[in-house]
Every structure is written in structure tokens, then in C-alpha cells.
Design a protein around this ligand. Structure first.
Ligand SMILES: CC(C)(COP(=O)(O)OP(=O)(O)OC[C@H]1O[C@@H](n2cnc3c(N)ncnc32)[C@H](O)[C@@H]1OP(=O)(O)O)[C@@H](O)C(=O)NCCC(=O)NCCS
Length: 174
């Protein structure tokens, strides 16, 4: 499929099951590792990425193919010291998660979603985004290309962060 056939839209209430499925698909398995069952979504460390979706600061975008079938998702969520997750930096920096349906990977959908989210997060007034990624995950290059830099290590994963150029808001020019 041609890239122009993919579109990105804001999520609606109907997308919540798809977001949970994309959370499952976002769990990184190194080559040779067995994929866990979907029960893993109930583990507190995983569950907190999407539970009670719709909190202040929650933003999700859905990529669709030309038949409007959802093929990928990206979302950001704020955490705090008492409720943090992998990739947490501070309470003003949303943590980003993303996944593309396996058959649709490697066609630019992830790049499209990430570009849209960087724009949307900036327009929503955020100054930075963070995430957690296994350095063996090819997604690392996607993040590096979009300005994310390593700011820490947590177990086998890297915490990464990017700043969003929000200087107009900082200087109060808007
Ligand atoms: C990471 C992911 C969201 C990227 O989406 P995508 O649509 O495949 O991305 P693009 O086609 O825009 O390609 C961007 C990068 O994704 C990676 N990628 C491409 N195909 C991939 C595939 N089949 N599997 C894993 N990563 C792939 C590559 O690093 C590529 O960058 P490159 O140009 O350096 O090769 C997607 O591959 C995915 O869902 N992977 C599994 C879930 C995951 O790892 N999520 C991130 C958790 S931190």
C-alpha cells in the first residue's frame, strides 16, 4: 500500500479495545523469546499504560488504512512519582507508547504516527516526551531519528526523552 493511503486521526471511545491490543503488541520480545499471553496486560506495570483511559493529558492517535481499518496507534500519558511506569522522567513529561499491527510494519505507519504525535503534543502545550525502549528493538532508530536521546537505563531498557520546541509558549508570545 502507498503511504498516502494511511491516515491518522484522534482516538474515540470505540478505539479502547484496539489500544489494549496495541499495548500487547508493543511488548518487546527479543528474537527467540516466547510471546507472553494477553494475560500480561493485567500486570500492574503494564495495566497502568491504559487503565481508566481519558485522564487529563491522555492523548491517542490511530492510523487507518484506506478502508479505515485501524493499523497502528500511538499514545501519551502523564504519570507521577506515586504512579510511575517504565520511561517515567517527571510529572510534566508524558510517556509515549506505540505499536503497528504486525502485517503493516516497515511501511512508514510508525513514522507517520510519531510525527503526528510530536506535533499534537507540542500543540497541547507539552514541553517534552519520554519513553522506554529495549536497545535491541529496531524502534530505537525511529526514536533517535525523531530527537529522542538516552537519559537513563532501567533494567535492560533505556529511558529516552525528547524536547518539543515550545518556545512561543515559554516566552508567552501566544
Ligand atoms: C516500532 C513500530 C511502532 C514502528 O512502526 P513501523 O510502521 O514499522 O515503522 P516505519 O515503517 O515507519 O519504520 C520506522 C522504523 O521502525 C523499525 N521497523 C521497521 N519495520 C519493523 C518491523 N517489522 N518490526 C520492528 N521494527 C520495525 C525500523 O527501525 C524502522 O526504522 P529504519 O528506517 O531505521 O529501518 C513497529 O515496528 C512496531 O509496532 N513494533 C513492535 C512494537 C514496538 O516495538 N513498539 C515500540 C515499543 S518501545
Amino acid at each position: 500500500m502507498n503511504m498516502t493511503d494511511y491516515k491518522v486521526r484522534t482516538e474515540t471511545e470505540q478505539d479502547i479495545d484496539f489500544l489494549w491490543e496495541m499495548l500487547y503488541q508493543a511488548i518487546f520480545m527479543a528474537e527467540g523469546e516466547i510471546k507472553p499471553s494477553r494475560e500480561i496486560l493485567n500486570q500492574p506495570e503494564i495495566f497502568k499504560y491504559l487503565c481508566n483511559w481519558g485522564r487529563q493529558g491522555d492523548i491517542a492517535l490511530i492510523a487507518m488504512d484506506s478502508s479505515e481499518k485501524p493499523v497502528g496507534a500511538i499514545w501519551i500519558r502523564l504519570f507521577d512519582e506515586t504512579n510511575k511506569t517504565y520511561g517515567f522522567i517527571d510529572k510534566n513529561t508524558p510517556v509515549l507508547s506505540m505499536a503497528v499491527v504486525p502485517e503493516y510494519r516497515g511501511q512508514g505507519v510508525g513514522t507517520l504516527l510519531l510525527n503526528e504525535m510530536l506535533r499534537k503534543a507540542k500543540n497541547s502545550g507539552f514541553f517534552s516526551l519520554s519513553l522506554s525502549v529495549d536497545p535491541k528493538n529496531p524502534a530505537l532508530h525511529l526514536y533517535e531519528r525523531h530527537g529522542f536521546v538516552k537519559v537513563g537505563i532501567n533494567g535492560t531498557s533505556w529511558d529516552m526523552m525528547t524536547t518539543l520546541d515550545n518556545k512561543y509558549k515559554i516566552e508567552g508570545l501566544r
